[in-house]
Design a binder for this molecule. Structure first.
Ligand code: TXA
Ligand code: MG
Length: 330
């Protein structure tokens, strides 16, 4: 007999069983090209409630509705010309669009945290696509980690965190992108970058022009009890050990998350995100390496400076969150 929480090879039969489990209200973890997602039937308040409970997630943090393709997304949200252009250019892929939710769009209010907008994304991973095609409706899926922890980029990370709490974990290998999707809010006249992610800002700006960032102070209506993106949850992607950024050298007892060729000596343990200084390679390794260093006996993790261009914007965003002190934050 199959044990609950077992990691499954993504055979056709396993994908059919996963789709069946989702339709019955169970939780299924599945690979996407960004990170692993913890999926629930997006139309079911009951399934989504179980998902929030499993994640220990603040209820007000809404979920992404994953869909098979653009026609499926149009059933969920209202697409304007900017949304159409971005979807054509980048889907399936690591881009999430926040749009006005359609009435009867199949995403329950709990998944949207009561908002009249919905976040929607068509992932590129073949296993995610096969699962979505089999389910036929949207799957609500946050990253498959407990709220505040580092996102999973391998099936074993999900098994470590959730074990028997999930019905199945479909194994799609290590995630090719390794960072969560880029989120853009298109529900207002000016497009806003809510979360830098696996698709670099410049790629988006080539299609729809310049983006406002939360950091620009463009959004003035944000309140702490209703975050619009993980950016408002200060401590996110957080390891157990303290994280020190922009490290030029290693202090006694520290482990080192290195980048590039000129690596300071003396670390208790060193993992290099990319000796070649390649930001794409660094992105795929970031979360797995943070986990590995966090399990060492070091007293902290020093992180070398990482350039901010391309995927560097998202990498630095995640590292800043990882470095936020534990006290007084969520
Ligand atoms: O790459 C990804 O995006 C992964 C994979 C599994 O697809 N998912 C992911 O989900 O990172 P999650 O739940 O960890 O982060 C999605 C974020 C939420 O934290 C929420 O702040 C934002 O998307 N979001 C969802 N719906 C929104 C909405 N209607 N308006 C603004 N932000 C929204
Ligand atoms: Mg997450």
């Amino acid at each position: 007999m199959r044990r609950k929480g077992r990691i499954d090879e993504p055979t056709e039969a396993a994908i059919a069983r996963a789709a069946e489990a989702l339709r019955a209200g169970a939780l299924v973890a599945f690979p996407t090209e960004t990170v692993y997602g913890l999926g629930a039937d997006a139309g079911s308040d009951k399934a989504v409630a179980a998902l929030y409970a499993a994640k220990d997630r603040p209820r007000f943090n809404p979920l992404i509705a994953h869909v098979a393709d653009l026609p499926a997304a149009r059933a969920v949200a209202d697409f304007d010309t900017r949304a159409e252009a971005l979807a054509h250019a980048f889907w399936p892929g690591p881009l999430t669009l926040v749009l006005p939710a359609r009435r009867d769009g199949g995403v329950c209010l709990l998944a949207r945290a009561g908002l009249d907008t919905v976040a929607v994304r068509a992932p590129a991973h073949p296993v995610a696509r096969a699962l979505l095609a089999e389910v036929g409706g949207p799957i609500a899926a946050p990253s498959a980690n407990h709220s505040g922890d580092v996102s999973p980029t391998e099936a074993s990370h999900v098994a470590d965190a959730f074990g028997d709490e999930v019905e199945m974990i479909l194994d799609g290998g290590p995630c090719a992108v390794g960072l969560e999707s880029t989120i853009i809010d298109l529900s207002a006249p000016k497009p806003v970058l809510l979360r830098p992610g696996g698709l670099p800002r410049v790629a988006l700006e080539e299609v729809i022009g310049s983006l406002h960032s939360l950091a620009d102070g463009f959004i003035t209506c944000l309140s702490t009890d209703r975050p619009t993106a993980p950016g408002q949850l200060a401590r996110h992607y957080a390891p157990r050990l303290p994280v020190r950024l922009e490290a030029q050298e290693v202090e006694p007892g520290e482990a080192l998350l290195a980048f590039g060729k000129d690596v300071p000596r003396g670390a208790a343990e060193t993992l290099n995100l990319s000796e070649q200084g390649d930001l794409v390679e660094a992105a795929t390794r970031l979360f797995a390496y943070l986990r590995r260093l966090d399990r060492t006996a070091a007293r902290g993790i020093a992180v070398m400076p990482i350039p901010g261009d391309g995927l560097g914007e998202a990498i630095n965003d995640r590292l800043r969150r990882a470095a936020t002190p534990h006290e007084g934050t969520s």
